[in-house]
Design a protein. Sequence first.
Length: 119
Amino acid sequence: MRWLDVNQKTTPLELEYYQAALMELGGDTPSWYGLKDGNLGYVYSNIKVIIKDFTKPSEADVNAKITELKTAYTKAQYKRQRASEYPSWEKQLEKIYDDGIDAWKSEMVDPIKKKYPKE
């Protein structure tokens, strides 16, 4: 499961990437961890396992997951740009009702997709 919303408008903080990485590495047990000292924040040495028989992922695995999440967020840039320019659902449905699917697609959807292509 992806714990980081790659479609959120604001760039995630390092803390959010770290939390999401830890939860994803937990698999079916996303809340496997806690902090040893709340003042130290999210650094590998401050992460403790709070679930019996759970093995703490290696620091390399955590860093690799953080990199994966950052890459996923970057690759979703076109989605965030498109979403901010599409008309409201109400206007889109009205366009479909009034002018048909082909007009909706060619006049409302395709220009934005062309402006912000998938990379």
